[in-house]
Design a protein around this ligand. Structure first.
Ligand code: SAM
Length: 216
């Protein structure tokens, strides 16, 4: 069961009754995604050429939508792989206001793309969504950027362990970057134990910190 939320910047999000968690910051779904995943993660990486992104938790598809639009705008290739264990249905997705909030078109192309296949969304954006848990996901390539967007460690502690970040480190290229909204101590320690050098950065809005971690 998912409920709609309107966040403080006017962009929508969802609330999962199953996990008692919202999908984005209540201070602004769009501002959070732009600040952490796009501006801290993807944008600097695109300066060096084509980028392969791995996202933990496709969810509403907002991060993927913003990544696609940046790839088109900069005319740089992005190969985007995302895992999702509990997909949002196309009907639910069609009610999200992300086209209006961004002034961009085509949001539903991401939700209508077939699961388990690599789909060309635009000349600069390829999408591969997999219905699987992160724990069961078997990677077949290495990634430059990781969007680590799991529900909060209080709701899903099993997704924020040293063991999980060791798995994530194994699919990240050396020098590759993981970005995430949580800056909790247990997250920093688990990332370091997994093989990342952890940096704290200013968060969006009133959020003090977010993390950027570099694969050693
Ligand atoms: C914070 S939300 C992701 C928000 C998303 N990135 C977006 O832009 O809307 C976390 C997502 O992780 C998914 N999830 C929960 N447990 C999972 C697991 N073990 N493996 C993969 N996905 C999982 C949830 O269904 C949810 O869609």
């Amino acid at each position: 069961m998912k409920r709609f939320i309107i966040t403080e910047d006017g962009s929508h999000s969802l609330f999962s009754a199953q996990f008692n968690q919202q999908y984005h910051s209540l201070q602004g779904a769009l501002s959070e995604s732009e600040h952490i995943y796009i501006n801290l993660g993807l944008r600097p990486a695109l300066e060096n050429g084509p980028v392969s992104v791995f996202e933990m938790g496709f969810g509403t598809g907002l991060n993927a939508f913003l990544a696609w639009k940046l790839a088109d705008q900069l005319q740089k290739q992005v190969f985007y792989t995302s895992v999702e264990a509990y997909p949002v249905s196309p009907l639910e997705a069609s009610q999200l206001n992300y086209e209006e909030a961004t002034g961009e078109k085509g949001f539903m192309q991401l939700h209508n793309a077939e699961w388990g296949k690599e789909v060309t969304i635009s000349p600069f954006f390829n999408l591969r969504k997999q219905i699987t848990t992160l724990q069961d996901f078997t990677p077949d390539r290495f990634f430059d950027i990781i969007f680590y967007d799991a529900f909060d460690p209080r709701a899903q502690p099993e997704l924020w362990t040293a063991e999980i970040f060791t798995k994530i480190a194994a699919l990240t290229k050396p020098g590759g970057v993981l970005v995430t909204y949580s800056s909790k101590g247990i997250v920093k320690r688990a990332l370091a134990a997994g093989g990342f050098k952890v940096e704290r950065h200013k968060g969006p809005g009133r959020k003090t910190h977010v993390l950027k971690a570099i694969k050693l």
